[in-house]
Design a protein around this ligand. Structure first.
Ligand SMILES: Cc1ncc(COP(=O)(O)O)c(C=O)c1O
Length: 395
């Protein structure tokens, strides 16, 4: 059967190949010990106890029917209150569309705003799926090389010099996956003001907003202007990856468009997950998420110096999310490889550590980088460091 050109244009997710190879190796007996998965982009923490309880109660009491396409009123109100109490922002519930994860929010945004041939600028490297959301909407994702000086984010001057008559906007992520870095807030203001003056789209993926570790905590892009579109999710900060729940905040006038598309494409997000997610905003759950955030920061504070001591180059210390973007060129000679894909494979075979090679995340120097996730316990990170140290000393 003929597959659409649209579907054919979507590249495979190479990280999944690594995950498969890691699973196969993990299933074989080895004196090397269990596989340590530092390739995964999901918290090791499970949903908060009150969330689990609320899900069971929702099922027991039959709160399992379709909901409003944009989400239950209670959940949109709870998210709106979170913006007010946690971020000092006044976001009307009517501007919030609840979705099946940030993924569905990104798809809705792309379908609502991008015309065939519209060019959307994003940093290289970026989260792999982001360019694919643009291309399924028949837009053109254009990756602009980013560098350590700009914390692997785009600058206003870069956007200005690439803007042409087909450019429609930007898709940024802050904190970012795979680099774990936040965009400079003043730079984001400059970017948005340039784009707004051209009636373009500033789309900011803020799925890791709650997980920022900088001296100054990250602010939501929504503080800049009501015309910024912000994507968010229950997956990361709220530790609910498999529950498939996220949201998008749009300008009020776009809400009916998003609602109409959501009705047709998804009917609604999971009702059980929505009822359960209300418990995320109970004080004890919020305390738990902050404790877990502190655990991520402690892991980052442990791992980055250790990686440097092992010989990785970490050009920018991540100030958010749970990733470290590390250049492994200085270690090639030790392992007899010349790219990060082979480096990853060798590490997996020789010491049962799985990393994500840079290949998925763009084109600019990515073949020399790996993404190392700190979403594993401190104990696992310590074990991984000790195994690498041993391998380096007896390659
Ligand atoms: C930057 C970024 N955006 C979106 C997503 C998708 O997340 P969700 O589980 O909410 O669909 C991810 C998942 O890893 C991500 O890292």
């Amino acid at each position: 059967m003929r597959v659409s050109a649209r579907a054919q244009a979507i590249e495979p997710f190479f990280v999944m190949e690594i995950a498969k190879a890691a699973q196969t190796l993990a299933a074989t007996q080895s004196s090397l010990g269990k596989m340590i998965h530092l390739n995964i982009g999901e918290p090791d923490f499970k949903a908060a106890p009150l969330v689990q309880k609320a899900a069971q109660e929702a099922i027991a009491s039959g709160l399992t029917q379709y909901t409003h396409a944009s989400g239950t009123h209670e959940l949109r109100e709870a998210i709106s209150n979170w913006y007010l109490n946690r971020w000092g922002l006044n976001i009307e519930p009517a501007r919030i569309t609840v979705t099946a994860g940030a993924s569905a929010a990104l798809l809705l945004s792309a379908m609502a705003l991008i015309e065939e041939g519209d060019e959307i600028l994003m940093p290289d490297p970026s989260y792999a799926c982001n360019r694919h959301f643009v291309s399924v909407a028949q837009g053109v994702p254009t990756l602009l090389p980013s560098n350590a000086k700009n914390k692997f984010q785009l600058s206003a001057s870069q956007i200005q010099s690439h803007w042409n008559e087909r450019t429609r906007g930007v898709l940024l992520a802050s904190p970012s996956n795979p680099t774990g870095t936040c965009i400079d807030f003043e730079e984001l203001k400059r970017i948005h003001s340039f784009i707004k003056a051209r009636s373009g789209i500033t789309l900011v993926d803020e799925i890791y907003l709650g997980l920022s570790f900088g001296e100054q905590e990250a602010q939501s892009a929504l503080a800049i202007d009501e015309e910024i579109i912000s994507i968010n999710s229950f997956s990361k900060y709220f530790n609910m990856t498999g529950w498939r729940l996220g949201w998008v905040v749009t300008p009020l006038e776009l809400a009916p468009t998003f609602d109409r598309l959501a009705q047709n494409l998804f009917i609604c997000p999971s009702s059980i997950a929505q009822h359960a997610a209300l418990a995320c905003f109970e004080p004890s759950s919020l305390d738990l998420f902050e404790e877990r955030k502190a655990a991520f920061k402690a892991r980052r504070d442990y791992l980055v110096p250790e990686l440097k001591a092992l010989g990785f180059e970490v050009p920018v210390t991540p100030d958010g999310a749970f990733y470290c973007w590390a250049d492994c060129r200085p270690l090639y000679a030790r392992l007899g490889v010349d790219n990060s894909w082979d480096f990853t494979m060798k590490l997996m075979q020789e010491c049962r550590i799985a990393l994500a090679p840079g290949r998925d995340f763009g084109q600019h120097e990515v073949e020399h980088f790996v993404r190392i996730s700190i979403a594993s316990s401190l104990q696992d990170l310590q074990e991984a460091v000790s195994r690498m140290r041993q391998l380096w000393s007896h390659p």
